[in-house]
Unconditional design. Structure first.
Length: 267
């Protein structure tokens, strides 16, 4: 354990915890024995980090965050499952992240460079990518998978085993019980596909031609008499899009979806 970190005298850092260089532990924090905290992290105050938790560099945890706590799952019997967090994330007030269970890979994983606003909850066995933005009170049930650069509006709930493809944009107060393909925009309770996240595609450097073709693909699939899985498996509809990498990625996502794709918004 590095000696070059600051801990407020009103906090408890277990002597077996691994604390990196330049870490700041504010007042009334608790850091457990099996916790590793990377260089430059900042625990503002009243933060609890427990369990077998590994945290990367330069993360900030605002007051009353709970990281690595036992999952809210009746099958969990105290097994040494893990919570793994990358670098440069911000966890605002009252964010909670629970460790994994034996039901999956024994890990809850969060990537890097993301913002989790106040009152967000990330349940057991979730796998989150990089560069995410979760507005206030986004709640993930267990086993949810979120791709890179997803934006989720506030007061959104996501059911177990749902996958959100990279670049998806979710409107606020949505209830998500089906998968959302890459770069799709969706909202509502229950969730429905509304269109393509054009801004997200442009930010990723895709050309105007690629973006226009993705929009055309979405609209054609939406108006087709076929279900999305049948549509993407139909060569007659897909041949003209075979050279578009984004469409190919979306098509593969739809083919592999186990719980099904959200329906299209009508009107």
């Amino acid at each position: 354990m590095s000696k070059n970190y600051e801990a407020h005298p009103m906090s408890f850092v277990h002597p077996e915890a691994q604390i990196g260089e330049g870490v700041k532990v504010g007042p009334f924090c608790v850091v457990g024995a099996n916790v590793t905290i990377g260089d430059g992290c900042n625990l503002i105050s009243n933060v609890v980090i427990d369990g077998h938790t590994k945290i990367g560099k330069n993360n900030t945890f605002f007051q009353f965050c709970s990281i690595g706590a036992a999952p809210q799952d009746n099958s969990y019997k105290g097994e040494p499952t893990e919570t793994i967090i990358g670098d440069n994330n911000t966890f605002r007030e009252y964010v909670s992240v629970h460790r994994g269970t034996l039901k999956q890979d024994k890990k809850t994983i969060i990537g890097s460079n993301s913002l989790f606003m106040a009152y967000c909850h990330i349940a057991h066995d979730c796998t989150l990518g990089n560069n995410l933005t979760f507005a206030n009170s986004v709640n993930l049930a267990g086993h949810v998978v979120i791709g890179d650069r997803v934006i989720i509006g506030g007061n959104t709930g996501i059911s177990q085993f749902v996958t959100l493809g990279r670049g998806a944009y979710i409107g606020g107060a949505s209830g998500i019980d089906r998968d959302i393909p890459q770069f799709c925009a969706a909202y509502g309770n229950r969730i429905k596909l509304k269109g393509i996240n054009i801004i997200g595609l442009k930010r990723q450097g895709h050309s105007k031609e690629v973006v226009s073709e993705v929009v055309d693909f979405f609209r054609t699939m939406e108006t087709s008499a076929l279900a999305p899985r049948a549509f993407v498996n139909h060569p007659e509809y897909m041949d003209e899009y075979k050279n578009n990498p984004v469409i190919s990625e979306i098509a593969e996502f739809i083919k592999k979806s186990e719980i099904g794709i959200a329906p299209f918004m009508q009107g």
